[in-house]
Every structure is written in structure tokens, then in C-alpha cells.
Design a protein around this ligand. Structure first.
Ligand code: PLP
Length: 408
């Protein structure tokens, strides 16, 4: 019998220990309890949803690409210095997007708050500590009147007052010593059906530059096309944000803030891992920071033409199925953008012959089996195909056909 001590001694001489040490960083810190891999949807009675509505936050945004999930996995096994992770990932993102600097934030909404905070505080630790309650007159952010939207709360929560302006002259007049930033909602045209903006992009940027007021473009939902990832910093906006969890298919809780180096550095000072700033409650974990980068790389490498054609094909396939019901017509529709610029499908029918409204049909899909979410109003059904998995395309078509057929 070999004694325990002798055995330990013997083991110490075996190089396997060295091997273990070098591979440790690639292996999980704990062994997986096989009982811990249940189907959590089932267990909690949450039925998965077929998302034919789009990259909506209430539907969990988008599905992360496999390589994104893999990045979350592979970076979860070791500790890292979060300042370093943010800096290095940010540098890589900036390189990829021809930006001066970049960082990963908690979604585009987090980027709006941090970007605003950066414009207010710069690198002043006292201001960072006091935000959102700075002494003295309230800081102001200029916004074109027609750009006011739900997400401007993410700017207001940094303690600023929004000053609405109508046209370039009003913008110039509104700028004063309390003005810290000017906010542009890139997708306002898409959201509000505007023909044009009261202040065109270039002019907005030029006025900002003339008066030394940083301009921030919220382009959260504005890929595709891929060119938009480069367009606005090139145009001269000092800050630009994109959601990570929409068409980039990164983590739903991540986003990208890019722009001027001094502002990105100031935004980082207002963020995790610092413990006291306004951005402390907007934490993004290291796995998601890495995963955001991987999602971006994948997106940039993707064959966008091929993907676009696949989306068109999906609309054609659903059309072919639903048009088997009398009077039903499908129309492939490409949203003008800049927000959500990709193909979708509109379906209409003669409601005196197929006696169901699109709203009622959407409700039946929502509460039926499988659960399907589509958009709709009194006139038409709006079907997003970009968030479908390939095998769900015909399922959606058949379900819609079934409900329509039942109403004939
Ligand atoms: C989705 C969206 C946001 C919020 O983005 P998150 O990444 O979900 O935080 C902000 N602004 C606009 C215009 C958006 O479409």
C-alpha cells in the first residue's frame, strides 16, 4: 500500500499538473450538475413564442447568434479586470467601425444616459459623483421638436432639461452656457412618418461644431444596412449608439456607444466598474461585453445580400400559403428606414368575405398554439420575417391561412 503522502509526492512529479494549470482557463470553474440542465421554459410554464413582430424588447429582442452564445460560454470561466475588458473590447470595436473610440453599454438606452453624463461631467470626479443633481442652473440638451420620443427619458435621467427646437435658427438661438449636448433621433422619420427633418443631419452637426456642443445620434435600430454603422461618425456626430440586441443579434442587454475619445473616456468614468457613478446601475457583465464584439464582427462579415434575399424569399413563401384563401393578398414591403429598414410582409383581405379583422387575427395567433406574435391594425397584418427561424416561416404562413380560412 502506498501512503497518501507518498502518493501526493509522486503525483507532484507528474507533468499533468502543469497541463492542468495551463488548460484551467478554458475549463469551467465548477463541474456541471447534469440535473441543472432542465428545460426552464417548460419548468416555469413559459411557452416559447414565434416572433413575427420584430426586434421588440418585450419579445426578448433578437436571438443571439451561436458564436455570440459561444463567446459568453468561453469567457465565463475566468476572472478578468473589467477596466481592461472594456478598454480592449472598446478599442477593437472602434477599429472595426472607424471610430475614434467605442465602448459597450447596457443597450442603446444605457448609451444615451452615459453619453449625456459624459457631456456634462467630462473627467471631473466631483461632477461624476454628484450627477444627476449638479448645483447651479440645470444643464440643457437640445433636441429637434419632432424628435421627442420615449427613449429621451434615458437622456433626461442624467439630470438635464430637454430644449425643443424647430429648425436651424432656433437651434442656434437655443444654445447657451448651460447647453451640454444636442440629441438627434435618427429614426424619427420611421417612427413618426416624417417626410423630412426640420434640421438635416449635416446641418445639425455643423451647428454643434460651430458652438462646441457635442452632437449625439441615436441610431439604435438603424442596421441594416451595414453602412449605417460607419455613416454617422463619419458625418461628424460626436457620439453614436446602436443596440446590440436588435439586428446585430448580440446580447439583448448590450449596446455600442462610439465617438470622440474624450467623451468615451468620460462615459467610462460614469460607468461600471466604478462604484459610485450614475452608470453603476447599468452594468454589463464581461461575457456580454466580449459577446457584443463577436456579434459585431459576425455582422460585419455577413453576406448581407444573401440574407436580404432570404428575407424576401420568406415573404414570398408566406404569401403563397395565405393567398390560397379567397381575396387574401400578401405584399412584400420594404420599410423605408432609417429604422428597421428590411423586408417584411403586409397581408390584406376583403373583410366582408373573410370576416375577421387583422387585429382579431393577431390576437388569435397570440393566444393560439403555437404562440405567434404578429403586428396588425384594422387594415392589414404586419409580419416581420427577420426574427423568424427558417423552419418557422411555413408554420406562420399555415397558421394565418388556417385562421383566415375559418373566417370565410
Ligand atoms: C431600441 C431603441 C433604443 C433602446 O435600445 P436598447 O438597446 O433596447 O436599450 C433606443 N433608441 C431607439 C431609437 C431604439 O429603437
Amino acid at each position: 500500500m502506498i501512503s497518501r503522502r507518498k502518493m501526493l509526492k509522486a503525483l507532484a512529479g507528474i507533468p499533468i499538473l502543469g497541463t492542468l494549470a495551463t488548460t484551467a482557463q478554458f475549463s469551467p470553474p465548477d463541474t456541471l450538475n447534469s440535473k441543472a440542465v432542465p428545460n426552464l421554459f417548460d419548468e416555469l410554464g413559459i411557452e416559447p413564442i414565434i416572433n413575427a413582430r420584430g426586434t421588440m424588447t418585450y419579445l426578448s429582442g433578437s436571438l443571439m447568434l451561436p458564436e455570440v452564445v459561444q463567446a459568453i460560454q468561453s469567457t465565463s470561466h475566468d476572472f478578468a479586470n473589467m477596466y481592461e475588458v472594456q478598454d480592449k473590447v472598446g478599442e477593437r470595436i472602434a477599429e472595426l467601425l472607424n471610430a475614434e473610440a467605442a465602448m459597450v453599454t447596457s443597450g442603446a438606452a444605457g448609451a444615451l444616459t452615459l453619453g449625456t453624463a459624459a457631456c456634462i461631467t467630462g473627467d471631473d470626479p466631483e461632477k461624476i459623483e454628484m450627477l444627476p443633481n449638479l448645483p447651479g442652473p440645470q444643464k440643457e440638451v437640445i433636441i429637434p421638436k419632432e424628435h421627442r420620443y420615449v427613449f429621451d427619458h434615458a437622456v433626461r435621467c442624467a439630470g438635464v432639461k430637454l430644449v425643443e427646437v424647430d429648425g436651424p435658427e432656433e437651434m442656434e438661438e437655443a444654445i447657451n452656457e448651460n447647453t451640454v449636448m444636442a440629441l438627434y433621433f435618427n429614426g424619427a422619420a420611421s417612427w413618426f412618418g416624417l417626410e423630412e427633418y426640420s434640421i438635416p443631419h449635416e446641418q445639425f452637426v455643423a451647428i454643434g461644431k460651430k458652438h462646441g456642443v457635442p452632437t449625439f445620434n441615436d441610431a439604435a435600430a438603424d442596421v441594416t444596412p451595414v453602412e449605417n454603422l460607419f455613416k454617422y461618425q463619419e458625418m461628424g456626430f460626436d457620439l453614436v449608439t446602436f443596440s446590440g440586441g436588435k439586428m446585430l443579434r448580440g446580447p439583448q442587454s448590450a449596446g455600442i456607444l462610439l465617438g470622440r475619445k474624450d467623451l468615451i473616456e468620460a462615459a467610462k468614468l460614469n460607468f461600471n466598474p466604478h462604484e459610485s457613478p450614475i452608470g453603476r446601475s447599468m452594468k454589463v457583465n464581461k461575457e456580454e461585453i466580449f459577446a457584443m464584439l463577436v456579434a459585431l464582427e459576425s455582422y460585419l462579415e455577413k453576406d448581407h445580400e444573401k440574407e436580404w434575399q432570404e428575407w424576401i424569399d420568406r415573404t414570398v413563401e408566406i404569401t403563397r400559403i395565405v393567398e390560397r384563401v379567397p381575396t387574401v393578398e400578401g405584399e412584400t414591403h420594404i420599410h423605408d428606414g432609417p429604422a428597421n429598414h428590411f423586408p417584411g410582409l403586409k397581408v390584406r383581405w376583403d373583410q366582408t368575405r373573410v370576416k375577421i379583422s387583422p387585429t382579431e387575427l393577431a390576437e388569435q395567433l397570440r393566444t393560439g398554439s403555437p404562440r405567434i406574435e404578429v403586428g396588425g391594425n384594422d387594415e392589414e397584418l404586419n409580419i416581420a420575417v427577420v426574427t423568424l427561424k427558417p423552419e418557422q416561416v411555413s408554420v406562420v404562413g399555415e397558421r394565418i391561412r388556417e385562421v383566415l380560412q375559418g373566417a370565410v
